[in-house]
Design a protein around this ligand. Sequence first.
Ligand SMILES: [Zn+2]
Length: 270
Amino acid sequence: MREFHEWPSGAIEALDQPPRGEMMMRLAAPRRFKAHARAARFLAKSAVRIFGNQSPRQCSLCGHEGRFFAYGFPLTADVTCPACLSLERHRALALYMSRTPFIAGKEVLHFAPEPGLSKFIRDQGPKRYVTCDLFARNVDLKIDIEAIALPDASFDVVFCLHVLEHVDDRRALAEIRRVLRPGGLAVLMVPIEEGLDETYENPAITQRADRLVHFGQEDHVRYYGRDFRDRVRAAGFALEEWVSKEPDVLRYGLKRGERIFLATKADGPA
Ligand SMILES: [Zn+2]
């Protein structure tokens, strides 16, 4: 990094220059204090953005209109609806479902059900709605997604949001396909790094602390790349995608570019 006395007087550099008092501190302070000062400025900017942002949003799940709250680590502004606690992905899915209804009269299985989303799905009039999870309480069935204890071809729709990155996804996708009826729909969402051609996995990484470093969360087992789509197709699905974009992102507080993967059970062996 260039020191102050090396800075030329060009217009672009001038835009970068801090106030004079701060420049004197930069000259005098050891490098590690400069790093602390930079972090403090970043925190101050973040606080303004997170707590000072008054942009109103509209919740596509519960209808709440007003300011959304920051959420996550690190904190991100405008993520959670204070009325129903929905997150960006829940609102994206609710928006999609309100525009393209597909629940009425269907038998629906929902893994790791999100409370606000569960209510929204129930209100869409399914013929049967079953919630399930391996660990959570307050679900209808305790089920391992890698070995689903349900008959073949018993559901029309399966919801599986932010689950596959925690498990053996090849087994899970095969099991989801098995319990779906022909032409049935799996609604899948995962954290995905679109800049990665190939999913990053490393079976040697098994400790929670190591998984946090390698995969971004203590209980994740991979970072999905763009080839997530290949995995879904290889499991016997035809794939369509819905993407969060403007004007919906600003209005409903969505994550720009987040995708809903709509996987239809393709013909083939059950
Ligand atoms: Zn809401």
